[in-house]
Design a protein around this ligand. Structure first.
Ligand SMILES: Cc1ncc(COP(=O)(O)O)c(C=O)c1O
Length: 445
């Protein structure tokens, strides 16, 4: 099968696409061929505004030559080097650069950095670090991992065990003992809110329920996304994260923030940890780490977690964990060039400067057909549509296809539209997003 039946379009049969309705897609493919700044170009030559920074990752916009040049230089100097019992300077250099901006307050930053190849790998790494930490401090009975309903933590077995999206879980077995907090979404009390909703801090007490049910001495860690993205933009109620931190402290439970989408400027601070002023023990990242240019993740651990494992005979490997591509030289080169761009262009804090215009533009869509909620924080928006009877997700999918045809890339999950444009976006782009989406909402059945 050939896309669009055009002479130079690709054959589509062999590629088994991820998180895609393969047969539906291949019958009517949407193919991107090039990208620059805020825009993609489709294979049929149309310009498409990127409302989603790719997949929440191209924070500095597309086609950054500085990153391409750094990767090219590194690949022609040293393409690959093993990271097990061996090292190469650029991985250490990148970790030092990350340590300077690491999440957490000065003097207590999570400045010990473990490299992975993706967000899913970062999550599984963080969960294993938590288990290893508990064991190393004599708390080996703590093997239970707590996530949250509607959470998304990638697709590894660890990540789906603590994740709370049913379609990612129903076919696959999960880690024994994993359990979940209630989610924080409460549209009856918190609809059409800019920033953090007022109601729901007490939902953090659900961790007390799980402690009462399982016993604190069985729980190693609790992982949450500070702002849940993939489940359709769920923003933490005021006081919720603070309360979760306090309950974890009370019971000796490590707190992990999954910052795979919130890391690197999405909210207007380098990390959600800094934005909310709540410091977990471990932070997972990926995506914006390299501006999406080369796959890579990084896990930031506190000194407490890291140092607890630096015991025993010096010749002993402290954490039996790592990936062939941990600290890949080309990924590190991309990451350093990305950090340079973020610093030079002030992108880590730019969302704070433009979020007023963003919130206003997004909330101007209140009252359009099918819109039942709009929620915004930093440079993120979630627009929830009323589902069609008996066909959840169908309406938002139709809107997605319509927008793409008219030059706007949006992301949908169920009947929620999620926006996360590159952090270089200008006010005029917000207007364009509203105009194309509003038309699509008026057209859709
Ligand atoms: C919060 C969160 N964690 C983990 C992941 C998984 O990242 P990856 O797709 O790079 O494995 C994602 C991806 O969207 C995410 O949003």
């Amino acid at each position: 099968m050939n896309a669009h039946n055009k002479p130079n379009a690709p054959v589509l049969d062999s590629y088994w696409m991820p998180f895609t309705a393969n047969r539906q897609f291949k019958a009517a493919p949407r193919l991107l061929a090039a990208a620059e700044g805020m825009h993609y170009t489709s294979v049929d030559g149309r310009t498409v505004l990127d409302g989603t920074a790719g997949l929440w990752c191209v924070n500095a916009g597309h086609g950054r030559r500085q990153i391409a040049a750094a990767v090219e230089r590194q690949l022609s100097t040293m393409d690959f080097a093993p990271s097990f019992q061996m090292g190469h300077p650029i991985a250490f250099d990148f970790a030092e650069r990350l340590a300077e901006i690491a999440p957490g307050p000065a003097g207590a930053k999570l400045d010990r950095v473990f490299f992975t190849g993706s967000g899913s790998e970062s999550v599984d790494t963080a969960l294993k670090m938590a288990l290893a930490y508990q064991r190393s401090i004599g708390q080996g009975t703590r093997t239970r991992l707590i996530g949250r309903e509607r959470g998304y933590h990638g697709v590894g077995f660890g990540g789906i065990s603590v994740g709370g999206i049913v379609n990612n879980r129903r076919v696959f077995p999960q880690l024994p003992g994993s359990d979940h907090l209630r989610h924080t979404h409460d549209p009856a009390k918190n609809a059409f809110v800019k920033g953090q909703p007022e109601h729901g801090a007490e939902l953090a007490d659900d961790l007390e329920r799980l402690v009462a049910l399982h016993g604190a001495e069985t729980i190693a860690a609790c992982i949450v996304e500070p702002v849940a993205g993939s489940t359709g933009v769920l923003i933490p109620p005021k006081g919720y994260l603070e309360r979760l931190r306090a309950i974890c402290d009370k019971h000796g439970i490590l707190l992990i923030f999954d910052e795979v989408i919130t890391g690197f400027g999405r909210l207007g601070a380098a990390f959600a940890t800094d934005y909310f002023g709540v410091t977990p023990d471990i932070v997972t990242t990926a995506k914006g780490l390299t501006n999406g240019a080369i796959p890579m993740g990084a896990v930031f651990a506190s000194r407490k977690v890291h140092d607890a494992l630096m015991h025993g005979p010096e010749g002993q490997i402290e954490l039996f964990h790592g990936y062939t591509y941990s600290g890949h030289p080309a990924a590190c080169a991309a990451g350093i060039a990305t950090l340079d761009i973020y610093r030079d262009e002030g992108l880590m804090t730019r969302a704070a400067e433009i979020e007023g215009d963003w919130h206003e533009a997004m909330h101007s869509m209140k009252g359009l057909p099918h819109v039942i909620d709009i929620r915004t924080i930093g440079l993120i928006a979630g627009i929830e549509l009323q589902s069609r009877d008996g066909a959840p997700g169908a309406r938002a999918y139709d809107v997605f296809v319509d927008c793409f045809e008219r030059g706007l890339l949006i992301r949908v999950t169920g009947d929620i539209i999620a926006f996360s444009p590159p952090l270089i976006a200008e006010k005029q782009h917000f207007g364009e997003i509203v105009s194309i989406l509003a038309d699509a909402l008026k057209r859709v059945k």
